[in-house]
Design a binder for this molecule. Sequence first.
Ligand code: HEM
Length: 533
Amino acid sequence: MAILKLPVPPTPNFLLFLVTGAILYLILLCIYRVYLHPLSKYPGPISYKLSGWPLLWQAYKGDRHIWHLKDHENYGPIVRIAPNTLSFNTSSALNTIYGSRVVNVKKGEWYKTFDIAAGTYSSFTETDKEKHAAKRRWMSPAFSDTSQKINEPIINDIIERFCETIGQKKGTRDDDGGWGGKWNASVEATYLGFDIMGALVFGTDFKTVQEDKNRAIADSILPASKFLYWISYLPMAVLVRPLLRTRLFEIVGGKPIEDNNRLIDYASSEVAERGKEKEKETASDFLSHLYGKVDWKTRWRPTRADLDVECLNMMNAGADPYSSVLAGAIFYLVHNEPVRQKLVGEIRTTFPSPSEIHSGPLLTSCTYLSAFIEETLRRTAPVPSHLPRVILPGGLTIDSQPLPSGTVVGVSAYSIHHNALYHPSPFTFSPERWIPSASNPESTIDAAKRAFEPFGLGSRACVGKNLAYLQLRLTLAHLIWRFDVRECEEERGVGGGREGLGVGREREDEFQLWDALGFGRDGPVVQVRRAAR
Ligand code: HEM
């Protein structure tokens, strides 16, 4: 007869051995990280040297950019922000890490969580340099000057429709000098950004500024990106990735996971439709530039998953940063009356009518508008924290510091954009700093530009940069030409800092960013009235 052998429960001695072993391991790990690690000589709070959890917590709270700036103020231009990560705050480091095509770094593991629920990596998250280059070549026709020219009237129509909608919001008082009903600039900018990108990527007219029905998709982008942003910093992110698309994760993760899945399904359904719609073969949207096309150089042929994920990426990466910056621009417009007056003067005298507002010499001649956009981008760079890069075998010297392979390095846009060495009085909103004058020579502006990275730099810089500038110029020119804009009296302060909001969030005249990809935001709550002519 077989004898059933029951497992012997661990003896107290064995448990003691395990616990002691674990404690000893942790103590040795701490000693190694603080005193013996290759990065041990770099300054930073002890908690950062011991583990990556403080960084994760800051990312979860949306405060990372604020801590980057504070840490650099306290510890200098190089700070160890996690056991294996250095943060730099110099323009030389910025240009070394991101600026060159041949620099010995690649995008870090952190990127690998973002798109993976959709089945593969996009141009944004691809860490392999060769594969990324093929994707960029494949996409480039969608971002060519010709494509932009064809798409500009579509962008302009959507912006004009936006202006009509906000112009029709009814005020509550008849004696209010013609000021209309209030609206939250962060909310409306989100819908406008989504409408533009929906039209450009898929040729779909969502009308979310005007109607409720497609807002669930537009409202999904930021929560999904915020969630993926912080979970990508989990030490065990690699274990989370395969679970992202599962029902279990939808139950545990809740709304942000549902939001992410909704976006993936939406992009995928648009691509599937395109396969059936013969009449759209002549369309000029981005999907038509990508569908059925190969990389001309390597003949790499994208799979259906590549196509789905790239469309999703273009929609998300295109919509949310533009919306964030537009909300920031409206904030700084209503908080800086002399700046608004100068913009009004420039835009209303340059364009005889709104139909003249399009790309070309008139728009380019609006130097104050351009400076206003640069200054807004300085203060409200989407992705305000690190865009992490990992050093490849062979190492890399940054700011005369030879660093070993495997070290994660980065420069935070918020931190360097508020470094007084390059941007004097960094918390003063001043478009004038971008305009040459007797007191502001070209050399000063050049130094500021070398410490300016709202669109990233080098081979991984934003592919939509020119498009984004065009969108921002058109939107602000239309808005300012047509309307006076003011902050709504009874909702004063929404979007700005205040005492008690958190460390580094005290400035009332600073638009508050909640660090993510794009950034969390609110307000300002504003009203418009038709400009007198
Ligand atoms: C104000 C608006 C925008 C800002 C500030 C912005 C910023 C950025 C930044 C900082 C990166 C680099 C990310 C990194 O290194 O990891 C990036 C990448 C990217 N952006 Fe933008 N972006 C904007 C608008 C757009 C638009 C309109 C599109 C159009 C679809 C777009 C598409 C992309 C794509 C596809 C990438 C990945 C590029 C690559 O790695 O090859 N962005 N953007």
